[in-house]
Design a protein around this ligand. Structure first.
Ligand code: 5AD
Ligand code: SF4
Length: 452
């Protein structure tokens, strides 16, 4: 019997078996989980949201900071308890922690049945077969080519309005504090035709917003197609399809991209531009490859092209050698830019990174906490100021759902990605665009009234 025939007669590994996946970390991981579900459904597994009925539990993990990993270890020991009640249960760790801690996860008391790195998901059916036969299924090979380009993700979040599309994988930037280049491998871009097709299909299925995702979307390149060109193509699908993207590395955000954004109303007016620090000396230690002045010039360029564009950021408090003066420079950068929103973190040393080998983690936990607190308090003020400036303005809102607090209110987002809450009205439903005038705000939300 030839091999192909044998394969077609082989019962699907997953036939009737139920798969539960828990996802930690970034949007990239959320997208990867949707690819994993797609691959395993092909193999006959059925996805379940009920952990109690699962035959296979996978945890899609994050290694970006130590506290992310600690949470996952805690969760893993809870899951082992499930296995006491159901000895046939298979438990797998996939994603960044699988890549980073393969030895620990395959031997001794922390061992799990399946370990699969971010580029090994097509191999999961085989890995699960090995585990079911009583062995360990392990694959943590990183690839230079894998983009899962043609795999249609199974959309797990139910809003049906907004979806993420991974356009590239990996990262080549090697910021000195960051583990991502080691866990997700080198940067590679996905064929633009598969991206445009995926976006088109989403729109045909009622989606109204896509977010193109990569660690550094500005360095997207596939043949002749660079990121601005990809944005042009996705934005051309339909004016009623909003297009967003994340994340932009400040060293690479080009005028060409800003021009494309400014000339398409359906490309949203928001740019996530992680600064990490406001001090040029610190940025050098972080290997970010730009200075404070460069960053501020790029912010000025964004404002020149799109005066109404929101700018959001990531900031790290207490990286190696951070002086009081350098910390003050981060605060002054925040004020100068006036960020709409920020993700703010305490530095967490990651084994294997350049910093872990050459730059001491020498800021005390107390000082990191105090500096982070200052950053958070300032950001709260800036977010509130930004929201206050919106009072009286009109926005087009894409309706996403019913407000959690009040059933008679709906919420959606404006182009700047701010959440806007307004009174529900007959005929307005999820997925509609409505015009709303802002009448009030909290630090996190705009409150508005619909304009008929
Ligand atoms: N410690 C703290 N924050 C980190 N980030 C990345 N690595 C670390 C680390 N070791 C933050 C950066 C990045 C975001 C995704 O996570 O701000 O932009
Ligand atoms: Fe990490 Fe820097 Fe790559 Fe972002 S750009 S994933 S911070 S190495």
């Amino acid at each position: 019997m030839n091999c192909e025939l044998k394969n077609s007669l082989r019962p699907l590994t997953g036939e009737g078996r139920k798969l539960f996946i828990e996802t930690y970390g970034c949007q990239m991981n959320v997208g990867d989980t949707e690819i994993v579900v797609s691959i395993l459904q092909q193999e006959g597994y059925r996805y379940t949201e009920q952990i109690a009925e699962a035959d296979v539990i996978l945890i899609n993990t994050c290694s970006i900071r130590d506290n992310a990993e600690q949470r996952i270890w805690g969760r893993l020991s809870e899951m082992r308890r499930f296995r006491k009640a159901k000895p046939s249960l298979i438990i797998g760790i996939i994603g960044c922690m699988a890549e980073r801690l393969k030895e620990r996860l395959t031997e001794g008391r922390d061992a799990v049945d399946v370990v699969a790195g971010p580029d090994a998901y097509r191999d999961l059916p085989r890995l699960l077969r090995e585990a079911e036969a009583g062995g360990h299924g392990v694959n943590t090979l990183l690839s230079t080519e894998e983009t899962y380009a043609e795999i249609a993700p199974v959309r797990l979040d139910k809003n049906g309005v907004s979806a993420f599309i991974a356009i590239m994988r990996g990262c080549n930037n090697y910021c000195s504090y960051c583990v991502v280049p080691y866990t997700r491998g080198i940067e590679r871009s996905r064929d633009p035709e598969t991206i445009v097709r995926e976006a088109r299909e989403l729109f045909a299925n009622g989606y109204k917003e896509v977010t193109l995702l990569g660690q550094n979307v500005n360095s997207y390149r596939f043949g002749e197609v660079n990121f601005p060109e990809l944005m042009r193509r996705v934005a051309a699908i339909n004016p009623a399809l909003r297009v967003r993207f994340a994340t932009s590395h400040p060293k690479d955000i080009s005028d060409e991209l800003l021009e494309v954004m400014a000339s398409h109303e359906n490309i949203c007016r928001t740019i996530h531009l992680p600064a990490q620090s406001g001090s040029s000396a610190m940025l050098k230690r972080m290997n970010r490859k730009y200075t404070r002045e460069w960053y501020l010039e790029r912010v000025a360029a964004i404002r020149r092209y799109m005066p109404d564009c929101a700018i959001t950021t990531d900031l790290i408090a207490g990286f190696s050698g951070e002086t009081e003066e350098e910390h003050r420079e981060t605060l002054s950068l925040m004020r100068e830019v006036g960020y709409e929103f920020a993700y703010m973190f305490k530095y967490s040393e990651r084994p294997g990174t350049f910093a872990s080998k050459h730059l001491p983690d020498d800021i005390s936990e107390e000082l990191k906490t105090a500096r982070l607190q200052e950053i958070i308090e300032l950001q709260n003020e800036l977010s509130m100021e930004s929201n206050r400036r919106d009072i009286g303005k009109e926005f087009s809102i894409l309706v996403e759902g019913t407000s959690k607090r009040r059933k008679d209110q709906l919420f959606g987002r404006n182009s700047q990605n701010k959440v806007v809450v307004f009174d529900a009205a007959d005929g307005v439903k999820v997925g509609d665009y409505v015009r709303v005038r802002v009448s009030d705000c909290t630090p996190a939300t705009l409150l508005g009234k619909r304009i008929e």
